[in-house]
Each structure stands twice: as structure tokens, then as C-alpha cells.
Design a protein around this ligand. Structure first.
Ligand code: ATP
Ligand code: MG
Length: 291
């Protein structure tokens, strides 16, 4: 039986999830920003400990997919949640407009090359999901993809979703645990964050005019997200729609979900066979004789 982390933000597997009902703000649970920041520190430590075990075990990997509208907090969440993780066992990949080489291949090729090795964390800042999100909102991009039939029909998108489900099932069967996070920011909060990118000189570099253009397609994006999350939230690769208007809550909830998934995986330090243990004992003897 496939195990998955069940929490209030899990997108159910019945294909009926309603994006409009997904909250963008935290529940009123009496926890303030300070408390959440404090708890995040603890959870970050727990992730670090579990990650050491996963690395030592060296059999399974974990893939964490982050998708969101601009300024929802992908970068800062990744930074905050993985501060404790050994950089040698951890790789973040960001996916922007595909290069000409990437367009020479099927749409899963460029991300497949960046999948985590056994024992490691792979973080995708955007992913193959862009192919059913930004490309769905702008179907004219398909013309540049050198496809046999670039008609953006319902069947076309359904086939892409099917490819994604098949791909994820294959990865899951072969030892990669997959968790996917959609950071659910409200259009009002996005506007505030854009304004602060304009007003705060240290954030100016983060703002681009195209972010404003994409904001104009908000409704189309929400439609694309709803369809994509409905079609691809599965027990072996669940989606979590996390309220993103409050950053401490967002970071803590993402961190807790990852911690819970790792705890379910229960990675173990390898146990040495008795002859190896005996050998270590002999080596210990040799080393301590020097003293
Ligand atoms: P930042 O936080 O730096 O803004 P970003 O991920 O938004 O990070 P940008 O360079 O601003 O990076 O934007 C990348 C753009 O590339 C996004 O608008 C995204 O939708 C687009 N993109 C990603 N994958 C694809 C794809 N397969 N086809 C077309 N566009 C894509
Ligand atoms: Mg951007």
C-alpha cells in the first residue's frame, strides 16, 4: 500500500478538488509568526537528521516539486526549509523557458536529467508542470515545440497529464518519493509583494515586466492549476495546496509535510555485518595503540 502524508492541504485523489475553496491564509490556530518561526527551526533540524539517514541508506531519493504564481515565495521557502540540509546531498534545479536543445527532446527530458540520485534530495523550482500551466495559458508556445500535432485540444492536455502520471508512477516504483507543493498566494498579496519589489531598492532586481503581464492571465492560470492538480494528485505523488499569503506559515507547513514524509520513509543507517564490525574493532585497537 502506498503511504502518503495526509494533512488539510492535501489535494484529494478523486479529481474533484476546487481551487476556489483552497485557502490562501493560515487557519486561526492561535500560533503567531514568532511561534511558527521557532517551530520551523525545530522541524528544519528534524529534516536534517532524517536526511543524513536517507543519505547513508543510499537506496531512495526524495523529489520536491514547487509550483506557484510569481512572488508566491518559492525561492524563500526553499531557502528556509533546507537551510540545515547537507549541500552534498541536495540539488535545486530551476526551470525557465526551455532552450533550443531542450526543445529538441520530449517535454520530460530536461527535468529527467536533474532527478535526484539515491540518497539525495532533488528540489524542482518549477518543473515539467509548466508544460500544462504556462504552456496551457499560452498555447502559442506549442508552435515552437516541434510537435507532430500542436493543436491544444482537451485530448492534448489529457495526454500530457497521463504522461506525467506515468512518469511519476515509474519514479515512485523505483524508489523516489515525490511531494508536490503549490504555493497558493492571493492576487491581493501578489500585488503587495510586487509593490514592495518596486519600492525596495534591494528587491528591484526581482521584478520583471513580464510578471505583470502574467498577472493579467490570473484566471487562466487558476483554471490550468485546477485541472493539473486534479489530474495529477495521486497517492504516490500527492499535491499540497499550501496557503502562501503568510510566509512563516507557508514555510512551516511545507517543512512539516516533508518531515512527515521522511519520517514515514523511516530511512535507516546501514547496519554492518558482524565481520565488518569485528574489523572495525580491530582497527580501533590499532589506532588506540598509538596513544
Ligand atoms: P524568479 O523568482 O527569479 O522570478 P522564475 O522561476 O519566475 O524565478 P523567471 O526567469 O522570472 O524565473 O521566469 C521563468 C519563466 O519561464 C516563467 O514565467 C515560467 O512560466 C517560464 N517557463 C518555465 N518552463 C517553461 C516551459 N516549459 N515553457 C515555457 N515557459 C516556461
Ligand atoms: Mg519570475
Amino acid at each position: 500500500m502506498t503511504r502518503f502524508v495526509d494533512n488539510p492541504y492535501l489535494v484529494p485523489f478523486d479529481g474533484k478538488w476546487k481551487l476556489a475553496e483552497a485557502p490562501t491564509t493560515p487557519p486561526d490556530d492561535g500560533n503567531g509568526r514568532k511561534k511558527r518561526k521557532k517551530r520551523l527551526e525545530k522541524v528544519v533540524g528534524e529534516i536534517d537528521d532524517l536526511q543524513r539517514r536517507l543519505y547513508a541508506e543510499n537506496k531512495r531519493a526524495i523529489l520536491l516539486v514547487f509550483q506557484a504564481m510569481d512572488a508566491a515565495g518559492k525561492d524563500s521557502t526553499i531557502r528556509a526549509v533546507f537551510t540545515g540540509v547537507n549541500p552534498a546531498a541536495f540539488q535545486v534545479s530551476s526551470f525557465k523557458q526551455p532552450s533550443s536543445e531542450e526543445l529538441d527532446h520530449d517535454f520530460l527530458w530536461r527535468t529527467a536529467r536533474r532527478l535526484p540520485e539515491r540518497g539525495r534530495f532533488g528540489v524542482f523550482n518549477r518543473s515539467y508542470y509548466e508544460e500544462v500551466l504556462v504552456v496551457r495559458v499560452h498555447p502559442e508556445y506549442l508552435k515552437g515545440q516541434r510537435l507532430m500535432d500542436p493543436t491544444p485540444s482537451d485530448e492534448f492536455w489529457a495526454n500530457r497529464m497521463q504522461s506525467i502520471r506515468d512518469h511519476e508512477l515509474h519514479l515512485a516504483r523505483n524508489g523516489t518519493r515525490i511531494l508536490k507543493f503549490w504555493l497558493n498566494v492571493s492576487p491581493e498579496e501578489q500585488k503587495n509583494r510586487f509593490l514592495s519589489r518596486i519600492d525596495d531598492q534591494r528587491k528591484n532586481w526581482k521584478f520583471s515586466k513580464s510578471d505583470l503581464d502574467e498577472r493579467g492571465f490570473w484566471k487562466d492560470y487558476m483554471h490550468a492549476y485546477e485541472e493539473a492538480l486534479r489530474a495529477t494528485s495521486t497517492p504516490h505523488a500527492p499535491w499540497y495546496a499550501i496557503p502562501a499569503d503568510d510566509k512563516p506559515f507557508l514555510r512551516l507547513t511545507v517543512a512539516e509535510t516533508i518531515r512527515d514524509a521522511l519520517a514515514q520513509m523511516d530511512p535507516r543507517f546501514p547496519e554492518l555485518a558482524s565481520e565488518k564490525l569485528g574489523e572495525l574493532g580491530r582497527i580501533r585497537g590499532v589506532l588506540t595503540k598509538d596513544d
